[in-house]
Ligand binder design. Structure first.
Ligand code: NAD
Length: 269
């Protein structure tokens, strides 16, 4: 099965660490020109290190600083990428964060921060990507689809999450954002899908894996009995960005070692 993304440009948000970095490296290895987005000057060195790994392996790309929750920054980032590479073919809407609190103690700032990055950020980037896909039109020489958007959702678009209501709400919202876009732009050959990771070993959930006790407790939720790695998500992103998945749109694909088969019921509930 050939999964080449040669001749295509992929923009990955929040790609200076964790899953975004893993996806950027995987798309770069599959031949895409990669735009490694990072949120602020503080994450520039990390983004440059991700890009260096990609170029050392024979790939190509650039870094792009942009806070995805800021409309003008998103518009400028897409304009820079189009000026440099001619267009964007693949968007991976990955940037996300958590601001956890018991619901009755959750501040408006904690709520707004999560919604503005996890949901509004995906809206702003998807809108610029779709504007560019419509402006540019089909490129059958590189892909059967006019454009592809991959939204980083979570098992928490399905599993409620006490103590993380803002985060679970944002991922539930992404499900409808993704499906409604797939419905609205399917006839233009724009494919929109979500990746729904379970527990992947990244900085966002360090507390869940950094001690043996925490990891053991996490394993009670995962039938496949291992934590996921960013490369696992990268492999799926390459498939969803490639023509091998050309008939997949509007889908939430769970990649979670079986977390969503509810291990708690394996011993009669
Ligand atoms: P991470 O913290 O390593 O990555 C999140 C990235 O988003 C960081 O690089 C961060 O700098 C970036 N970011 C935050 N705010 C931003 C902004 N305003 N603009 C641009 N970038 C911004 O954690 P991760 O686990 O790699 O998370 C990536 C995505 O995967 C998130 O959407 C997260 O919700 C999702 N996810 C992660 C897991 C997991 O187990 N790790 C599970 C399900 C879903």
């Amino acid at each position: 099965m050939e999964l080449t993304l040669k001749g295509q440009t992929a923009l990955i948000t929040g790609a200076s660490s964790g899953i975004g970095a893993g996806v950027a490296k995987a798309l770069g290895a599959a031949g895409a020109t990669v735009v490694v987005n990072h949120s602020s000057a503080r994450s520039k060195d990390e983004a440059e290190a991700v890009l260096k790994e990609i170029t050392d392996a024979g790939g190509a790309g650039m870094t792009a600083q942009c806070d995805v929750s800021k409309e003008n920054e998103v518009i400028n980032m897409f304009a820079d990428v189009v000026a440099r590479y001619g267009t964007v073919d693949i968007l991976v809407n990955n940037a996300g964060l958590q601001r956890d609190a018991k619901f009755h103690e959750m501040t408006l700032d904690q709520w707004n921060t999560v919604i503005s990055v996890n949901m509004t950020g995906q809206f702003l980037c998807a809108r610029e990507a779709i504007r560019e896909f419509l402006r540019r039109g089909p490129r059958p020489e590189v892909s059967a689809a006019t454009g592809k958007i991959i939204c980083m959702s979570s098992v928490h678009e399905l599993i409620p999450w006490a103590g993380h209501v803002n985060y679970a709400t944002s991922k539930g919202g992404i499900k409808m954002l993704m499906q409604s876009l797939a419905q609205e732009y399917g006839d233009r050959r724009i494919r929109v899908n979500s990746i729904c990771p379970g527990a992947i070993q990244t900085p966002i959930n360090r507390a869940a894996w950094e001690t043996p006790q925490a990891l053991n407790s996490l394993m009670t939720l995962i039938p496949y009995n291992r934590i996921g790695q960013p490369q696992d998500i990268g492999n799926l992103a390459v498939f969803l960005a490639s023509d091998q998945s050309d008939y997949i749109t509007g889908a939430s694909i769970f990649i979670d070692g079986g977390m969503t088969v509810f291990e708690g019921f394996s011993d009669n509930g």
